[in-house]
Design a protein around this ligand. Structure first.
Ligand code: MLT
Length: 213
């Protein structure tokens, strides 16, 4: 199904793989605050050519801007809502795998900013839902009650050293937290701010190729 649809609880788009070799992988696109299900489609195609793309729209509206969970202020999250939204998104991925017919064990998140934060939360609260995650600007979303077992999960985290929204020190803590849980983490610290750079997108593409099984 290529058009936007409102099934399975999330407005979303699913674009089936065009390449048989890449068809086993599905890239879950998670937009930043104010984005929607169309924002990252081009980036997803460019970084993971041929893979299935699953792109939901965040359900929270903050002054009309879609997000994946509520926040109380910039960088201060509504933890109860975050936990609820994380489980809701995890259940959507499972339902979407059945509905669209992709392998639920081969899902790679590609999240920017708020989308990176919910992807990190997915790994911390629902280990096993994501096989890999690309977190383009992310921070510690919450501290889970129990350390998840993330053995076998690959993570690519890219942070801007001058990012005013997602401080580098906090991103380093996220990298350490994911490593402590057993994930294989590559953390790139880039001389930029919140905006993405073409060099880091090239590095992302290479990492996706190298870690594809
Ligand atoms: C968040 O709320 O997830 C982060 O502050 C990033 C953003 O501004 O969306």
């Amino acid at each position: 199904m290529n058009a936007t649809n409102n099934d399975l609880g999330f407005i979303h788009r699913f674009i089936p793989a065009t390449d048989v070799a890449a068809a086993a992988d599905t890239v879950l696109l998670l937009h930043g605050t104010g984005g929607n299900e169309n924002d990252l489609l081009e980036l997803g195609t460019s970084l993971a050519p041929g893979a299935n793309l699953l792109s939901p729209r965040g359900k929270i509206l903050e002054n009309g801007m879609p997000r994946f969970f509520r926040r109380l202020a910039e960088g201060v999250f509504d933890e109860e809502d975050l936990i609820h939204r994380t489980h809701e998104l995890a259940d959507f991925i499972t339902a979407a795998a059945k509905h669209h017919g992709f392998d639920a064990k081969r899902v790679t998140a590609l999240g920017y900013s708020n989308g990176g934060n919910i992807a990190a939360s997915l790994m911390l609260l629902r280990p096993g839902v994501l096989q890999r995650a690309v977190l383009l600007r992310a921070m510690v979303p919450l501290i889970p009650d129990q350390t998840p077992d993330l053995t076998g999960t690959d993570v690519f985290l890219a942070s801007g050293i001058a990012d005013p929204i997602l401080p580098l020190e906090n991103a380093r803590r996220l990298a350490a937290m994911l490593r402590d849980a057993g994930a294989e983490v590559k953390h790139l610290e880039i001389p930029t701010g919140h905006q993405l750079t073409s060099a880091e997108l090239d590095a992302t593409r290479n990492w996706l190729e190298q870690t594809s099984s």
